[in-house]
Design a binder for this molecule. Sequence first.
Ligand code: GLN
Length: 189
Amino acid sequence: MIGFQGAVSEHVSAMERALAGRGSVVEVRRSGVVPDCDGLVLPGGESTTISRHLDRTGTGEEIKHAAGSGVPIMATCAGLVIISSEVERETRFEPLGLLDVKVKRNAFGSQRESFEADIDVAGFQSPYHAVFIRAPAITDRSDRVEVLAKVDGLTVAVREENLIGLAFHPELTTDLRFHDIFLDLVREG
Ligand code: GLN
C-alpha cells in the first residue's frame, strides 16, 4: 500500500478484509519496501502530492521496476493518474508511464465533484456500486488496454495485464470484487 497521502487507511482495511488473513498489508513511506511486495496498491488522494513523494523517496522508480517485472498493481483515482502514460494538460508532474492510457483529472467537472453510480463491469454478474470523488477518466488508450467499465461514455475501469486502473474508490464500499481480481493476480504471480 503506497501510503504517503490520501485514502490510505480505508484501503488498508478494505484489503485486510479481502485478504481475510491470507497475507498482510504494509504501508510504504520510504524506499526499500516495494521490492518485497507481491502486489501494490496506489490509493486515491492528490496526485500532485503523491507524485512528489514518489520522486523524493525513489519509490516511484521502485514501482516502475516492480510493474515491469509483473507485480500486480491496483491504482485507484489519483493512483490511476499516477500510473498513466499521459495526463491531459498537466505540467506539474510526470506520470510513471506504466498503464498505456491518457487520463483527464477531475473529468466529471465541478457540478459532479462526487457521485455514486451503479456501473456494469465486464465479467461481473451484477452491477457494481462505484463511489467517484473528483474522479479522473480515461480519454485514450492503446489496444493492449481492456475497458472494464464506463460511466456517461467515459472509461472508468481498465486492465492491462498486471495493472488495474480504477477512477473510483473501491475501498469505500463493502463490495470487494475488484480486490478479489487483484488478489487473484497476486496469487497467480
Ligand atoms: N482529483 C484528484 C487528483 O487528480 C484525484 C481525486 C481522488 O483521488 N479522489 O489528484
